[in-house]
Design a binder for this molecule. Structure first.
Ligand SMILES: Cc1ncc(COP(=O)(O)O)c(C=O)c1O
Length: 560
């Protein structure tokens, strides 16, 4: 099936299964994708025709829940192409909880080692939730600044500078399968390389698949357990839209490393003595094979209603889309179209209107790029527009994107050209993560706008967003000599919106004597292409005609 044929199938599907998506164009699938109508109906029907109890009890409703949990665990492993002989799956709240579970286990085990800690390495493209693990290492961590550094370390672990006293000691290397900022996909061979490195026998790998799994066939990773990561984490709402649960897939051969954690809770312990001088307990995790790995790691009552919904979600997803391979081809085609359209946006004076952040610019290649794109808009005078303004204007016109640091501190500051001292300067100037930060500082943006696509995105979504960007942010008249462009220009302006090389992006702002520097240009608002359905049924907060500039540009402070 060609991408075009598939697209028309999805257009039809959208009307039937996603009526709740008809108000606006949803472009934040990287945040959460959208659930299908059949999933909600199927789940509701099961909830009102059966009686589900707490699976820790033994009565019939409890057993029904327990059976559902077992079946869905197996079903989800099957969906990922992971054999239950080789892998176990632990239900958690979300990807962050999965990462934290692994990190807690390593900290507890690390305390038993000679130097009392484990080593942790992570890639600079990692999500904040991966970065935070370093705080459990008592300073023994290293951030790999690029792929080549990882390759060098894997080849010569002893030689590489990784802030590690003993390369053979206990270690964990974590990285994202896909950057949640740029959508870049990272090499999947690193787990195998680490496993087969003689010097890294104590080092385990954690793959953060939260962003990757949304549009990637995970069977590519799990079909050969020897090539699979030891631990892989997921946020399942990013794949199915609902329910809001996560999973940690553990390679059974490596699972014993998680059995040594100290904490126990209801469900993960087989016996506890609370009184007396020497209270004791027996964790289920340490009693393999009597207990399965997941029984020692799932503290408390599982979200069994959500797991019921997950079973429905998998069935509906497979029925609607067939396989992740078709989704991957479809989203790859769409993101490439979006990228090409953005790269082609130019002001009348010939300057690019959009800076796309990309290290490979290979958007049509699904082994290198997922379905997200990070960018900033640039005025015809050469200054960056505030990403917060861009998001707000887009939102008012019914286009739902995300902007800011998107929880990817390393990716943001390396691609935007920040050095560590500049990050500190930004903090001292009052910038911080989140929606109230300062969007442009000293001429450099502190974040990006991210558009991300999902299985049910269509060509129409992409085209209308490009249309919106063009009609809103692209100058059709040459404003070369306007006061705005005279006070704020990038002397070495990129010759191509897609040339992300930092050297060509060092912003040097020309100052007109007697005027204050304009680091953040206010977008001049022109006609906003309001979608026809919004015109029919305006929502509170959504304007149905052109937008008054004062509401759109009075955003965040800019600082020099
Ligand atoms: C790559 C990546 N890792 C981790 C997370 C954290 O996911 P959650 O907030 O569901 O724990 C996200 C969320 O966007 C992500 O994209």
């Amino acid at each position: 099936m060609t991408p075009k044929e598939y697209n028309s199938d999805v257009e039809a599907l959208r009307q039937k299964e996603y009526p709740h998506m008809s108000d606006g164009v949803y472009l934040d699938h990287g945040g959460a994708t959208i659930y299908a109508r059949s999933l909600v109906e199927g789940f509701a029907s099961k909830m009102i025709t059966n009686l589900y109890g707490n699976p820790h009890s033994e009565n019939s409703p409890a057993r029904l829940s327990g059976d559902v949990v077992d079946q869905v665990r197996e079903k989800l492993l099957g969906f990922f192409g992971a054999s239950s002989k080789e892998f176990d799956l632990i239900f958690v709240a979300n990807a962050t909880a999965a990462v934290k579970l692994v990190a807690d286990c390593f900290r507890d085990l690390g305390e038993k080692t000679k130097d009392g800690k484990f080593w942790y390495g992570y890639h600079k493209d990692a999500h904040t939730s991966i970065v935070g693990v370093r705080e459990l290492t008592y300073g023994q961590f290293h951030c790999f600044e690029n792929d080549q550094e990882v390759e060098d370390w894997l080849q010569y672990p002893e030689n590489a500078f990784t802030n590690r006293q003993n390369p053979n000691g206990l270690g964990l290397f974590a990285y994202p399968g896909q950057s949640n900022m740029t959508g870049r996909r990272l090499p999947l061979s690193w787990s195998y390389r680490a496993r087969h490195s003689e010097s890294l026998q104590g080092t385990y790998t954690l793959l953060d698949a939260a962003a990757l799994a949304m549009t990637y066939p995970m069977e590519n990773i799990f079909h050969d357990p020897d090539r699979a990561p030891d631990f892989t984490c997921f946020s399942l709402y990013k794949i199915f839209g609902f329910p809001d649960v996560g999973a940690l897939v553990v390679r059974k051969e490596s699972g014993h490393i998680l059995a040594l954690r100290k904490y126990f809770g209801g469900g993960t312990v087989s016996m506890v003595a609370t009184f007396g001088d020497t209270p004791w307990h027996r964790s289920k995790g340490l009693q393999a094979p009597t207990y399965k790995l997941h029984e020692g790691l799932e503290d408390g009552t599982l979200p069994f209603h959500s797991i019921l919904a997950l079973g429905e979600a998998i069935d509906v997803h497979l029925r609607l889309y067939g396989s992740m391979r078709t989704i991957s081809a479809h989203t790859s085609y769409l993101i490439d179209q979006l990228y090409r359209g953005m790269a082609g946006l130019r002001h009348a004076n010939g300057r690019p209107a959009c800076h796309v952040y990309s290290e490979n610019r290979d958007f049509g290649n699904s082994s290198k790029q997922g379905s997200a794109i990070a960018f900033n808009m640039i005025s015809s005078g050469g200054g960056y527009l505030s990403y917060t303004d861009v998001e707000r204007i887009a939102n008012s016109a019914g286009f739902y994107v995300r902007s800011g640091g998107v929880c990817n501190p390393g990716g943001i500051f390396s691609l935007l050209g920040y050095e560590p001292w500049m990050t500190e300067r930004a903090l001292s100037a009052g910038h911080h993560c989140g929606s109230n930060g300062i969007s442009v500082l000293h001429g450099l943006p502190t974040g990006i706008v991210r558009a991300s696509l999902g299985a049910m995105s269509t060509r129409h979504d992409v085209d209308s967003f490009l249309d919106f960007l063009r009609t809103t942010f692209v100058d059709t008249a040459d404003k070369e000599n306007s006061p705005l462009s005279a006070t704020s220009t990038l002397r070495s302006f990129p010759s191509d919106a897609t040339l992300g090389r930092r050297a060509t992006f060092e912003p040097v702002i020309d100052i007109v004597p007697g005027t204050r520097k304009l680091e953040c240009e206010k977008p001049r608002i022109r006609r906003i292409p309001i979608l026809s359905h919004l015109r029919r049924a305006p929502k509170p907060g959504l304007r149905s005609s052109s937008l008054p500039a004062k509401n759109l540009t009075g955003g965040l402070p800019t600082i020099r």
